[in-house]
Design a protein around this ligand. Structure first.
Ligand SMILES: Nc1ncnc2c1ncn2[C@@H]1O[C@H](COP(=O)(O)OP(=O)(O)OP(=O)(O)O)[C@@H](O)[C@H]1O
Ligand SMILES: [Mg+2]
Length: 287
């Protein structure tokens, strides 16, 4: 089975792409999925979360760039902080920005990538805030486009142009793409923020993830401690909202139990073993 690709992309900066991509990877990993987080942003924020090292992406060796070279191995690492696998950013990632086809081929390598346990169930891609190849190519291979937005005038304005681009340029090529909007950094004491969030929920109910994520200092604290926010959060409402939002996104991602290929090979083997032990038991009773 091919992994599902979840792409966190919005050309607006600071809306929470990296924070939410990391939470997606943490949740999937905690649920037992094989998950790979790919950092395509040359700022390396996801790489920083995975390693705790702000300089880690200042290299062009053993990074996501290697995807673009079919003769190079894909340099997967395991996050010492969270335990899931990641493919780190390089500060030189912008050298690939002139060739969309090459970027699509590069990302498609992840579809057949084998780990010791089998293919990944989920590939989470954190995109740079600039529109361009490293935002469009991931959407061309994506199953879900997750757009974090802040519930304010600028956030909603940007959303319209994203929807337009998806309809005009991405969906004709990748009709399987599901579009999901995740409201983040809602300021709890801002009536305007609440009104904008409500308006979004009413206007595009089919696309909105029905859990509102508030702007809370503890989100930053949690990530500094290497934990998802729901493990630190003291507000039950928000704790649930964060957990449920990522659970909602993960809902239809198949795991090994859903893999018909694994089931077909597993069941006869188990059945044979069961039969063999029954035969043995019968033989020893008879003897
Ligand atoms: N719900 C939240 N509450 C509080 N802080 C948040 C929340 N979500 C994100 N942040 C903080 O906001 C800042 C920007 O978040 P993040 O880096 O995830 O955004 P981004 O969209 O990936 O930014 P960029 O466009 O630069 O890649 C970070 O300091 C992050 O810790
Ligand atoms: Mg980011």
């Amino acid at each position: 089975m091919k992994p599902k690709f979840f792409v966190f992309a919005n050309q607006k900066g600071g809306v929470g792409k990296t924070t939410l991509a990391a939470h997606m990877a943490i949740h999937a990993h905690q649920m037992g999925y094989r998950v790979l987080l790919v950092d395509l942003d040359q700022q390396g924020s996801a790489t920083y979360l995975c390693t705790g090292d702000g300089e880690y992406h200042q290299t062009d060796e053993n990074t996501a760039l290697d995807l673009w070279y079919p003769d190079r191995q894909i340099p997967i690492q395991q996050s010492p902080v969270y335990g899931f696998d990641f493919l780190q950013a390089s500060s030189a990632l912008d050298v690939v920005d002139d060739d969309l086809e090459a970027a699509i081929l590069a990302l498609r390598r992840l579809e057949t990538l084998e780990t010791d346990q089998g293919r990944y169930h989920l590939v989470v891609i954190d995109c740079p805030p600039a529109p361009g190849v490293r935002q469009v190519a991931p959407l061309m291979v994506a199953d879900k486009h997750i757009v974090p937005v802040t519930p304010d005038a600028l956030g909603t304005q940007g959303l319209l142009s994203i929807i337009q681009t998806n309809l005009e340029s991405i969906l004709p090529v990748n009709p399987q793409l599901e579009f999901r909007v995740l409201i983040n950094r809602l300021k709890a004491n801002s009536a305007k923020n609440h009104a904008t969030a409500k308006e979004l929920v009413e206007k595009i109910p089919e696309w909105i993830i029905p859990h509102l994520l508030f702007d809370r200092e503890d989100v930053r604290t949690a990530l500094r401690l290497g934990k998802p926010y729901w493990e630190l959060c003291r507000d039950d409402g928000q704790k649930d909202a964060w957990y449920q939002a990522f659970d909602f996104l993960l809902a239809n991602v198949p795991d090994d139990d859903d893999d018909p290929n694994l089931r077909e090979t597993d069941e006869p083997k188990d059945a044979e073993a069961a039969l063999a032990s029954q035969e043995l038991a019968a033989a020893s009773e008879g003897g």
